[in-house]
Write a protein that binds this ligand. Sequence first.
Ligand code: SAH
Length: 212
Amino acid sequence: MSPSPEQLMRYLLMLRNNGVTDQRVLHAMELIPRDPFATGAFQDRAYEDTALPIASGQTLSQPSIVGKMTQALNPGPRDKVLEIGTGSGFQAAVLSQLARRVYTVERFTKLAQSANKTLDSLGLVNVTVITADGSLGLPNQAPFDRIILTAAAEDPPANLLAQLKDGGIMVLPVGQSSTVQTLIKITKTNNNLKYEELQEVRFVPLISGLAS
Ligand code: SAH
């Protein structure tokens, strides 16, 4: 099932009205259908600006948040990107349109397998899904031009900051509370870190260790 042209037009307009203004990001989101990443009856709501439940008690993020995080990350066509928190694979799919290579890490094997299947079915060959504890990063593929976390940490994980290239950007939700967190953008220049607060968000927590 792909969206009707009218559904797609309304979706793009809604994204724009809700803060996704970068043309490249809007184009990437036009190319990636969201319904294959939703489960069961929730596929009918794939083009609404709402987070949707997926397996293992996790969530497919709200599309305008995916768009705004992608535009803050600002990946370039030659960039190697690391995502922590594959979930459905939707954010990774959007990134695949803007970057050279995307590595995405998920702690639930079941979610990683299902995301991998969806990404394959869409022919997105530049995304690699890995089952691992993403709080450790991905040392054997580091360093990365861009790192994005789609699960909330109390503080930016030191392992991930160390795996960010000089000139790199990291976007992540941080906060101690599970109900409200702040989305932040970190830019690394000459080993200095600049922090910018973007907006309040609500994500599932980043949890250490593989899920059983
Ligand atoms: N980016 C996703 C949204 C995922 S929700 C999408 O587009 O659908 C956050 C995901 O982070 C969950 O699937 C959760 O299992 C995962 N997660 C939490 N802690 C993790 C960790 N330490 N390593 C890897 N994945 C983690």
